[in-house]
Write a protein of this length. Structure first.
Length: 207
């Protein structure tokens, strides 16, 4: 899945936040695991029992070269090979917006896992709004670096969109972390402000 977000300070902060959330020794599945960097970090620092799922063959090979257990598969087709509540944690990092069936993917995550981590770029971020307003065309940035015609991001969403999605589907939001690329965690008391100022958001969810 899409890991073009870049090996920047922002991505390292993203990885650190997710790693902090997961308990030592947990059973974890990383969906759209890319080259396996996050999964390797979880195994090294939290001693998790981890497996990855990735559609891109080159990324699968990179993960296997790291000694990771990775399955090549399309998460839009579901996680039928896994049992209910088989994992302590299911991770979907910077991938939800590039899935064809995000609602189905989230349902499957919460079927096979007790808790899930979902992160995505916030399309309501103020710089994105300003770019659309002043330039009149789809924005490009380090976190959204593609042209409109070649982007893998097909379901762009906002912080408020995800809150509404969870409410309609009776999904519990256990934790939320709002981030910018300036290495600052934005934990606003008012959700409308986080929707405006957060460039990326990380949610911890469960049933």
């Amino acid at each position: 899945m899409n890991k073009e977000y870049g090996q920047s300070q922002g991505l390292r902060l993203n990885y650190s936040i997710i790693t902090d959330v997961v308990e030592v020794g947990a059973k974890v599945i990383d969906l759209g695991c890319g080259d396996g960097t996050l999964l390797a970090k979880l195994i090294a620092e939290k001693k998790v029992k981890g497996i990855g799922v990735e559609i891109d063959q080159e990324s699968v090979i990179s993960s296997l070269e790291k000694g990771l257990s990775v399955i090549q598969g399309d998460i839009d087709e579901g996680l039928k090979e896994f049992q209910d509540q088989e994992f302590d944690w299911v991770i979907l990092n910077q991938t939800l917006q590039s899935t064809e069936k995000p609602d189905y993917v989230v349902d499957e995550m919460l079927r096979v896992g007790k808790k899930a981590v979902v992160s995505f770029p916030n399309f309501a971020y103020w710089k994105v709004r300003f770019y659309l307003f002043f330039m009149g065309k789809m924005p490009k940035s380090k976190i959204l670096p593609f042209e409109w015609y070649n982007t893998p991001n097909i379901h762009l969403l906002t912080v408020n969109d995800f809150y509404d999605f969870c409410k309609k589907r009776n999904i519990k939001i256990l934790k939320s972390v709002y981030m910018t690329r300036a290495n600052v965690r934005k934990n606003f008391l008012i959700r409308s402000l986080s929707n405006f100022f957060a460039e990326e958001v990380i949610f911890v969810i469960s049933r």
